[in-house]
Design a protein around this ligand. Structure first.
Ligand code: HEM
Length: 494
């Protein structure tokens, strides 16, 4: 239906809201439309000042919604809110649904899949958007944007317990990733402070220094391996620094996580990674214990001291929270950087556009994140019998939410297989959506911006040796390149 301005003016049907839990106070909305939005000085978060009372304001609200880096803004019509509840595609209990189960041969851990997941996703979306696989004890695969969003937003029906990873390696005892409301809000609250604009401002000089130091180690040689020497250390050092570990010990944390991400289920490398990860658990336990007697200015100390309604976190909860910051902060951003660097090496005209117009970088980064999501999927466990589309799914079954496939859904993105730097809107699902939406997204974006800015400035003609790139051979969680041998015109240290 085409909505005319006159129609809107007469009926005032748009309801604007901001999810305070998700908003990180970027104030992009205020810049887009100061009539509608303002920032609450005490919380630093945006709020809706006034509802859009005419078509022009509704349009501005829509723009702000699309531009919000956190996707915290919702704009619904009174009508559509009613409709969405009864939509056929919305998960709902319906005893009359057909029972044929569309089985597919899908295993994201297999080499065949990792060779070209985008083709598999395209086929799933086109022919079987809600499908079932027998792999890893069986689970449902959801590949269309609208379905993934619907499920991710319904955390009562789709639980994040006991795990959100398939297969469960047993190492992801992460909080709040593996929690449901009301605990979820209790866990997220103390973490928000690490990703506010003020926190990012504090981290920025350190991220620039880590980036500059990394480039200094190889710039005179004219060659490097961009994962080990660049994409891996920078996010790792950044996260370790604010969490409360020594950034120079980044290998101890990053290497086992990296091995876990890139090794196949059951392989000797995976076994090695699992054994090494036990060391990380010990490091976390030791640090928590040490901070309770000797507080420092870091996240571990703050979480140890955090109290809500007179209750502190248990040692198990503390462990899960610190581990989440580590797992969230290291391999994910590394993978995103590796994917973007490879794309820029293979597409010199696009790279030149970013060199000529650095203002394009923030939207280009979101487009890289959409195009190759570094986290392909997370799962949910169904809490009650439910129908997704026309498939009946039973309580206890698992549902795999393919963020990476949703990001290439042509029903949401025009020309989804192309990288369009100024794509608008770009409501990709790389950071998830709903109550579990990634808290670290602003930090990841900042790290990527600094990393790409510095590469484009200091080694602008870098060329990755395509024949020697190590592509993923399995996709447990992470999608990124694990080796990017690179050459460039040598330069001088900063
Ligand atoms: C490009 C980099 C990143 C990607 C692709 C990414 C992706 C995601 C996704 C998809 C989720 C949602 C999980 C779900 O719905 O089940 C998530 C949650 C989370 N991420 Fe990130 N992340 C990134 C960077 C970071 C960083 C740098 C940090 C912190 C240092 C971080 C911390 C978190 C936390 C704490 C959660 C849990 C939120 C919750 O369960 O409520 N992430 N991330």
């Amino acid at each position: 239906m085409i909505e005319t301005a006159a129609h809107m003016d007469k009926q005032i049907q748009k309801a604007l809201s901001i999810d305070a839990d998700v908003c990180q106070g970027h104030a992009k909305c205020v810049m887009n439309c100061p009539t509608l939005f303002a920032i609450d000085a005490s919380t630093g978060k945006a709020f809706v000042k006034t509802q859009p009372a005419n078509a022009q304001l509704a349009q501005e609200a829509e723009m702000a919604m699309h531009d919000c880096p956190e996707r915290a803004i919702s704009l619904t019509t009174n009508e559509s809110r009613q409709d969405s509840v009864s939509e056929a595609s919305r998960p709902c209990i319906d005893e009359s649904m057909p029972q044929d189960i569309p089985r597919v041969d899908f295993d994201h851990n297999s080499r065949e899949f990792a060779a070209d997941p985008w083709r598999v996703y395209g086929e799933l979306r086109a022919s079987c958007p809600i499908a079932h696989t027998d792999a890893h004890d069986g689970f449902w695969i959801v590949s269309k944007y609208a379905d993934v969003v619907e499920i991710a937003k319904d955390d009562a029906t789709f639980s994040s317990l006991p795990t959100t990873v398939i297969p469960d390696t047993g190492v992801y005892n992460l909080i709040p990733l593996q929690s449901d409301p009301p605990d979820l809000q209790r866990y997220r609250m103390p973490l928000i402070r690490y990703f506010t604009p003020a926190a990012l401002k504090k981290y920025e000089p350190a991220i620039r220094k880590f980036t500059s130091d990394c480039i200094d180690t190889f710039i005179e040689a004219g060659q490097c391996e961009l994962v080990t020497q660049f994409a891996n250390p920078i996010p790792s050092m950044t996260a370790l620094d604010f969490i409360g570990f020594d950034p120079l010990e980044w290998h101890d944390f990053a290497n086992p996580m990296h091995l876990l991400s890139y090794s196949a289920d059951g392989s000797p490398e995976r076994e090695q990674a699992l054994a090494d990860l036990v060391q990380i658990d010990s490091r976390i336990e030791d640090a928590i214990e040490a901070r309770s007697v000797n507080p420092q200015a870091d996240a571990i100390t703050e979480l140890t001291q955090y109290e809500k309604d007179g209750v502190r976190f248990s040692s198990k909860e503390l462990h899960g929270l610190v581990k989440m910051l580590l797992f969230g902060g290291l391999d994910t951003t590394m993978a995103a950087a590796s994917n973007a660097l490879l794309y820029l090496s293979e597409n010199p005209t696009q790279r030149q556009r970013l060199i000529d117009d650095p203002g394009l970088l923030p939207s280009a980064i979101d487009e890289f994140l959409r195009y190759e999501a570094p986290v392909h999927a997370f799962s949910r466990t169904v809490t009650t019998d439910v129908s997704i589309g026309d498939q009946k799914v039973r309580a206890g079954e698992r549902v795999y939410l393919l963020w990476a496939s949703a990001n290439r859904d042509p029903d949401e993105f025009k020309n989804p297989d192309e990288v369009v730097f100024d794509r608008r809107p770009n409501r990709h699902l790389t950071f998830g959506i709903g109550a579990h939406r990634c808290l670290g997204a602003p930090l990841a974006r900042l790290e990527l911006k600094i990393m790409l800015e510095e590469v484009l400035r200091r080694i602008p003609d870098f060329k990755i040796d395509a024949a020697k790139v190590k592509h993923p051979e399995t996709v447990t969680v992470i999608w990124g390149r694990s080796a990017l041998p690179t050459s460039f015109t040598p330069g001088s240290r900063a």
